[in-house]
Design a protein around this ligand. Structure first.
Ligand code: ZN
Ligand code: ZN
Ligand code: FE
Length: 750
């Protein structure tokens, strides 16, 4: 059997099935598969194979069961053979699994596990975060220093036990433990004291640093405005929304709209953060400064025993649980670092002595068009491979610059790394380089082909130079976006590829980001794109949407734009506006951009929603938050060689000065973009006879835009492909790079 069949309780499950059908023989973990040799009647053998597929443990994923008949042998009973280190082909590594209900029960009842926060079993517990090497055995995890006590050893060796071969199994006598540290001093190692005191700090406007599965978290009462404000100061994070952990599903429902699909994600063993729309005017309510007044909040449910133990002692309904780091640095994993960096900022630290080997953040998902869409792929998802259906062996893809993930190819599987972050600070670069090395070692992969973004100055592109001497495939950013979505759906043909996002290096040297391609995995024809506009101040313009608004207004109205009575002018120094106009006139620091994100920025500024962004994509998010579902109007636009929005801008200005409400304007604008997507797709279909449309790029994290585009295209008999398991943002780029590199190698164009 191949697939995700190690570290998910598979061998004991096989054993139980063998018992059920009275079979004799053996099962063995190797690093390429799980092998089973069984003897019994034909009927029992058939039923056994059916049961293997039907009743497999929740976190397992069977890729293939290959069977063949062997000469009859005599076995005594059914045994589990020792793991064999056979070859460089590996099986997969399970992502971390949220604590199961049976283990939560054990904490309440089992003598040596009463209140024991590191309880786990073959169905749950840490996996990827503690694994140093394969095959998955305790000595190759960060549980290695903890020798099992006789009782744990007995369970571990008892085939019928739920902890049979549960590598991280432990109890209060032999396993890791938590420690509470206050003002630099260890206070207690008693879990009851730790949980009670931590709860007490949280109830009193305090901040607690808590060591988790893949890194440290910072926590505070999510209903306490002052506590959240304190946390913002510590994190040095102006407005970026915080994730919130709720006590349980019932409590969450009092605060947010939870549909069936969202519920499935929230309670799944992967336990991602799910972006949910909050109910208005609830009492009590979440602190306003959690999400800067946006209607979406990232929420999750407890997934470690300690989370449950903490909530047992907390009166509040929810806590902020945000990554323990200073903005722009990766999430902290080491105890010493946590103590030295955070002791003076937080009121208490809850650490433990099980090391984190593979750093992972919480994953983030959003439910769109009735499906879970991963926006940040990390804990619970990585490092499960993407089955590409093509030969990606030996390909190492370095990803983009922001929201980076890299990707390695092994056989037909692409192992997309966990979320790394923005490759800008020293710490993140270290994390990036270390994690690449760890993946190469863990998955026993020797790269033979490299894939990088076309942008020569990306730190990812530069990192590839350390792997000198290997052939390099350079992939245009938006082609990689489309290829990523194609790889997710096993598409290998000509498609209409529409990539809408903020930025990306184009092959004409300008900034792209609104690409309408006819493309396949090998290459693309850029059919059209949004008209180029000056981006006054370059990268600064992405942080200050008003600059882009000036760029559009100046283009449409010329000097007259300053006479328009717009909210824009109330907040920004007229001197600065005049300076931006001069920059545009003189073409100083005004690269040309076609980024769709910049148009969203400009409109968010025009309507007065966001002049200076306090976090990435704030303007577009605020604009989307206003959208209504009962407005079908749109603005006009022009299509010649490019797509021009002069008429759209005029329409918005007209509506603004005519007193049309902002929600209507925001909706009309979204409808306009949906209409552009549809109209261009139609034109291309008529010309090329292609009806498969692939949508990718960060702009498609916008629910209204994605759902509206998909619905309109489907109604008109397009087949539409969108991201679900792979992020539509730059976190998915590396998978696209792998797919393009594989195709070019196949066509011998490398
Ligand atoms: Zn369990
Ligand atoms: Zn023990
Ligand atoms: Fe992008």
């Amino acid at each position: 059997m191949t697939g995700l069949v190690q570290g998910v309780g598979f061998r004991p499950f096989v054993y139980r099935m063998a018992m059920k059908y009275a079979l004799t023989g053996w099962v063995q973990n190797t690093n390429e598969n799980v092998r089973i040799c069984v003897s019994g009647t034909a009927v029992d053998l058939d039923n056994f194979v059916i049961s293997l597929e039907k009743e497999a443990p929740p976190a397992s994923m069977i890729e293939n069961i290959a069977t063949s008949e062997l000469a009859v042998q005599d076995f005594v009973g059914f045994t589990i053979l020792h793991s064999d280190d056979l070859s460089d082909d590996i099986t997969e590594i399970s992502p971390d699994i949220a604590v199961c209900d049976a283990c939560l029960e054990d904490i309440k009842k089992q003598g040596t596990r009463l209140g024991y926060a590191f309880v786990n079993c073959t169905n749950c517990g840490p996996r990827f975060t503690i694994i140093r090497d394969l095959p998955y055995d305790r000595e190759k995890t960060t549980m290695q220093p903890f020798a099992m006590c006789p009782d744990c050893r007995k369970e571990y060796e008892t085939i019928t036990d739920r902890r049979f071969h549960a590598q991280p199994t432990a109890c209060s006598r032999c396993g890791p433990h938590y420690e509470l540290i206050v003002r630099g001093n260890p206070v207690s190692a008693d879990i009851n004291v730790i949980a009670s005191q931590a709860a007490n700090v949280l109830e009193n406007c305090g901040i607690v640093l808590i060591k988790g599965l893949g890194g440290m978290h910072l926590a505070c009462d999510a209903l306490d405005e002052n506590a959240v404000g304190r946390l913002r100061l510590i994190k040095n994070r102006d407005g970026k929304p915080f994730a919130v952990m709720f006590r349980d599903l019932g409590t969450l429902r009092q605060f947010a709209f939870v549909d069936d699909v969202a519920q499935q994600s929230l309670v799944s063993w992967r336990r991602p953060i799910v972006l949910l729309e909050m109910k208005k005017d609830t009492s009590p309510a979440l602190a306003e400064n959690i999400n800067s007044g946006l209607n979406l909040v990232g929420v999750m449910l407890p997934y470690m025993p300690f989370h449950h133990q903490l909530f047992q002692r907390l009166k509040t309904h929810a806590i902020v649980l945000t990554s323990g780091n200073f903005s722009s640095e990766p999430i902290l994993t080491g105890n010493d670092q946590a103590i030295s960096q955070f002791t003076s900022f937080v009121d208490a630290l809850v650490l433990h002595n099980r090391d984190i080997y593979n750093r992972t953040d919480d994953s983030v998902a959003r439910i769109m068009d009735g499906r879970e869409r991963i926006l940040r792929r990390s804990r619970g998802y990585a490092p499960a491979p993407v089955r590409t259906g093509m030969d990606v062996d030996g390909i190492l893809a370095f990803g983009a610059e922001l929201t980076n993930c890299f990707c390695i190819g092994k056989g037909q599987k692409a192992f997309l790394s966990q979320h790394i972050g923005d490759l800008q600070g020293l710490e993140t670069m270290q994390f990036y380089e270390e994690t690449i090395s760890q993946y190469l070692k863990l998955f026993r992969m020797k790269p033979s082909l490299l894939a990088v973004d076309l942008h020569p100055e990306y730190n990812s592109t530069k990192t590839a130079r350390h792997y000198g001497g290997l052939p390099v495939v350079r992939v245009q950013h938006h082609h990689a976006h489309i290829a990523s979505c194609m790889a997710e759906h096993h598409l290998d043909e000509k498609v209409i590829g529409i990539a809408l996002d903020g930025t990306g290096f184009g092959d004409d040297g300008h900034t792209w980001g609104s690409e309408f391609f006819v493309c396949d995995l090998n290459g693309y024809e850029r059919v059209t794109h949004f008209e180029y506009l000056p981006l006054p101040g370059g990268d600064l313009a992405a942080e200050e949407p008003w600059r882009m608004a000036v760029s559009y207004l100046y283009k449409v109205y010329g000097d007259d734009f300053s006479k328009l009575a717009l909210p824009l002018f109330s907040g920004i120094d007229p001197e600065k506006i005049a300076m931006v106009v001069r920059m545009i006139d003189r073409k100083v620091n005004c690269p040309l951009t076609a980024g769709a994100g910049r148009l969203f920025d400009a409109v968010s500024s025009l309507v007065g929603l966001c002049q200076v962004a306090t976090f990435q994509a704030e303007g577009p998010m605020r604009l989307e938050a206003l959208v209504r579902n009962d407005c079908y109007e749109k603005y006009t636009f022009d299509v010649d060689k490019t797509i021009r929005f002069d008429a759209t801008i005029k329409g918005i200005v007209h509506d603004l000065t005519g007193g049309v409400s902002l929600p209507v304007i925001a909706t009309k604008f979204h409808n306009t973009i949906i209409s552009v997507i549809f109209e261009i797709s139609n034109t291309i279909r008529a010309r090329e006879k292609i009806s498969k449309v692939v949508l990718s790029g960060g702009v498609f994290q916008n629910k209204y835009l994605l759902e509206g585009s998909v619905a309109l295209l489907r109604e008109n008999n397009f087949q539409v492909y969108t991201h679900a398991a792979i992020p539509a943002n730059d976190g998915g780029i590396a998978l696209g790079q792998v797919a393009v590199a594989s195709k070019r190698r196949e066509l011998k164009c490398v």
